[in-house]
Design a protein around this ligand. Structure first.
Ligand SMILES: Nc1nc2c(ncn2[C@@H]2O[C@H](COP(=O)(O)OP(=O)(O)OP(=O)(O)O)[C@@H](O)[C@H]2O)c(=O)[nH]1
Ligand SMILES: [Mg+2]
Length: 332
């Protein structure tokens, strides 16, 4: 590994409440990235995460699981963290080393609130994060989206902001409108979502949610604020760059949704990670690692990857500092 930002994988830690679907989401992310020939399921006990005998026996994650893949030409290390409070320390170590955290929540507002400790930890440590509301294929979930956001906003210091709105047929979600591009997409099983015409029925919700997104972004960008006050439509590039900058600086938290079971919304989430996650230099600065020429290796685990059955996978090698340092532990 050369240790520069181009060849150093970025690291996303998948965290959140017990049973919200983190292991299933990592499986889906690996699957849409083409890293798995066949997608496993938690029910069948054949996922990349939860590969240990103990995890299978207890039917829950008991330790952090690492996997690597590439998406859109970008290298990634994903860390599936256990949600149970018994194993909280595993998630703490993972998010401290990660460039970004994905907080996975349930679409039920009461259950989603169990994400409060994770959100507080990420806020307190200024760790960039995005929210993924999972299990949205369940009938009626789209109607609860605003309630989930309102409930979580109470426990999140950072503003939570929807970056997409659902397209519904009856009580099912069939696609989404991207609030940055204002393009509408229909979910397609096993492939990229199809670009479709934005349905008239979604337009009022789309315009309201986009206005909220733009106003939240303008809170951190005077130029965008001036455009909004002058009733100018900001260019798409400006909006997406503003969003990425605000996520990297942990000023706000974008909210995505979908279903790990059905792989819906998962490609959009992965694209967002590619667009918005900081690179290793930014994370090194966040961790207070001094700039230098020597090599610093951050390692979480070093063991065969269950996905590809090959040798060890370190999250990254960065050119900083000059000595081994594990986040949360003493340098040695
Ligand atoms: N309906 C539905 N069920 C899901 C989805 N994702 C996960 N599940 C189910 O939720 C349960 C928990 O899934 P996991 O992926 O193990 O959840 P987890 O967050 O990794 O659990 P812990 O690591 O033990 O906290 C399983 O029964 C999954 O089948 C989804 O998108 N839709
Ligand atoms: Mg799990």
């Amino acid at each position: 590994m050369s240790g520069n930002s181009q060849s150093t994988p970025r690291v996303a830690a998948i965290v959140g409440p017990y049973l919200s679907g983190k292991t299933s989401l990592m499986e889906s992310l690996l699957f849409v990235a083409g890293a798995l020939p066949r997608k496993g399921s938690v029910k069948e006990g054949n996922t990349v995460g939860d590969a240990s005998m103990e995890a299978k026996a207890r039917q829950m994650s008991v330790e952090a699981s690492l996997a690597t893949c590439e998406y859109q030409g970008e290298a990634w290390t994903l860390i599936d963290c256990p949600g149970s409070v018994e194993f909280r320390q595993e998630a703490v170590h993972a998010v401290m080393a990660a460039d970004i955290a994905v907080v996975v929540c349930d679409p039920d507002p009461a259950r989603a609130l169990m994400a409060a400790p994770a959100l507080k930890f990420l806020d307190d440590h200024k760790i960039p994060h995005v929210l993924f509301i999972n299990k949205m294929e369940a009938p009626g979930s789209a109607g609860k989206l605003k309630d989930v956001l309102n409930a979580l906003q109470v426990v999140s210091e950072r503003p939570l902001v929807l970056v997409e709105v659902p397209i519904r047929e009856g009580d099912q979600i069939t696609g989404y409108v991207d609030l940055i591009s204002e393009h509408a997409y229909k979910y397609e099983a096993g492939k990229d979502a199809d670009l479709v015409q934005l349905p008239d029925s979604v337009l009022p919700e789309e315009q309201e949610a986009r206005q909220i997104l733009l106003e939240k972004l303008a809170d951190f960008d005077d130029h965008l604020m001036e455009e909004l006050l002058s009733d100018l439509v900001p260019p798409q590039e400006e909006v997406s760059e503003d969003l990425a900058k605000d996520v990297r600086e942990d000023l706000l938290v974008p909210v995505y949704f979908g279903s790990a079971d059905k792989d819906s919304g998962v490609r959009r989430l992965f694209q967002a990670l590619c667009d918005e996650a900081p690179r290793v230099e930014t994370t090194a600065a966040r961790l207070g690692i001094p700039e230098g020429k020597d090599t610093l290796v951050q390692g979480l685990q070093d063991r065969p990857c269950p996905a590809c059955r090959q040798a060890e996978h370190l999250p990254r090698v960065a050119r900083r500092g000059g000595r081994w340092q594990l986040p949360g532990r003493q340098p040695r």
